[in-house]
Structures are given as structure tokens and as C-alpha cells.
Design a protein around this ligand. Structure first.
Ligand code: GRF
Length: 211
């Protein structure tokens, strides 16, 4: 997406936990390698998320939007939407955000929500992808950055990077390798978006070269 006035892309990062991917994005921004964009807001559904501390330390405004027990998903999504619209956000980056967004929300922001998944989609969807790949015995797994559609881990793929599983690997060492790879790949994918290089054509995302 390119903005008519050439201004920067405004990003909101949605988190629930540790926030190491958020940290990688913050670090890339500090090194000027995130392209023409800026993280304007971090939203967490979990008030205890370590990610919130990382955002505050970087001077980024934070919002906690909790899904209270019994709250319908549309109401929760509506609260998120208010924050996104108020901050005029162009790109929503899910970084360990442990909630599935409803169809209405996804449709409204289609092509403007990204997620990172710790496996080579469409293999090993779901919340225990690293462990599932390890236990399945695959020799190669990896990381996927994709746009979010109405399904779970099913949207058009922006970028993938492989991670080999060696004989000597344990779940622990594999997790480390996956996370290291995530921290490289996510900022790159965000930069492509910010530079207006991503073109969605059906299921495919083309990375177009631009000077
Ligand atoms: C990452 O492995 C990401 O792929 C998955 O959730 C994890 C979040 O980790 N969606 P962190 O909170 O960024 O450290």
C-alpha cells in the first residue's frame, strides 16, 4: 500500500506475550532498516505481557484491550478497531497475538494485517507449530510471514525462510533457531510493505522491485 502523500506508514503491533518479535521490529526501526514506517501503537490483550514493557522502554504508546469473560468477539474486535482507527493505522502487525480476529475486522483491514507463524505454512498451523514440526520428524521447517484472511494461518504468503532440523537439535535449540529467523524475516517483510513493494494477486503476494 502506498500513501498518496508519501507520508510514512503508521503501524500498530498487537501482542500477548514476550514480544521478542516486537523487539526485533523496534530494533530495526532504531537502525533505520524498517523502511518508511513507524510503530505508533502497541496493543496487548494481556496486561502482564512483557511486550508492553519493551514498548514503553522504546517510548511507544501502549493500550491494553482485554477480552473480559463472556465478552463477544465482535465487541472485543470493536474495541481494537477504535484504537486502530483513532491512530490512523495503515498496517496491523500481529506479533504473538493470541486471539483470532473476527471476519468483519479482517475484511475491513484486508491486505493490511500481517502475521508471523513459526513453521512453513500450510504445514503445522496452530499454536504449537515448532513442537509439532519437531515431533513429526521433518528435516526442514521454518518461518512464514503472511497476510491475515478470514481463516487461521491461511492468508496469502509474503515471505518464508527455512530452518533445518539437525540430529543434534532439541525442541529448545529449534525454538532458538526459529525465533532468530523470525527476528530477521519480520522486519524485512514490514519494510517491503512500507516501501509499497507487496502486491496481492489472489493467493499470491508478489514482491515487486521499485527504485
Ligand atoms: C512467535 O513464535 C510467533 O511466530 C508466534 O508467536 C510467537 C511470539 O513470540 N505467532 P514473541 O512474543 O514475539 O516473543
Amino acid at each position: 500500500m502506498e500513501k498518496a502523500d508519501n507520508s510514512i506508514i503508521r503501524i500498530a503491533v498487537l501482542v500477548s506475550g514476550n514480544g521478542t518479535n516486537l523487539q526485533a521490529i523496534i530494533d530495526a526501526q532504531a537502525k533505520d532498516s524498517l523502511g518508511p514506517c513507524e510503530v505508533k501503537l502497541v496493543i496487548s490483550d494481556n496486561p502482564e505481557a512483557r511486550a508492553l514493557r519493551r514498548a514503553r522502554e522504546a517510548g511507544i504508546p501502549v493500550k491494553v484491550v482485554e477480552k473480559k469473560q463472556g465478552m463477544p468477539r465482535e465487541v472485543f474486535d470493536g474495541l481494537l478497531r477504535e484504537e486502530i482507527v483513532r491512530e490512523k493505522i495503515d498496517l496491523i502487525v500481529l506479533a504473538g497475538f493470541m486471539r483470532v480476529l473476527g471476519e468483519k475486522f479482517v475484511r475491513e483491514f484486508k491486505g493490511r494485517i500481517m502475521n508471523i507463524h513459526p513453521a512453513l505454512l500450510p504445514c503445522f498451523k496452530g499454536t504449537s507449530a515448532i513442537e509439532d514440526a519437531f515431533n513429526y520428524g521433518v528435516k526442514v521447517t521454518g518461518v512464514t510471514v503472511h497476510f491475515v484472511d478470514e481463516g487461521v494461518d491461511s492468508g496469502p504468503i509474503i515471505a518464508q525462510r527455512e530452518v533445518r532440523i539437525e540430529k543434534s537439535d532439541t525442541i529448545g535449540t529449534l525454538e532458538e533457531k526459529i525465533h532468530r529467523t523470525e527476528h530477521e524475516l519480520y522486519p524485512e517483510a514490514i519494510r517491503y510493505f512500507a516501501e509499497g513493494k507487496l502486491k496481492i494477486e489472489g493467493r499470491k503476494v508478489k514482491v515487486i522491485s521499485k527504485k
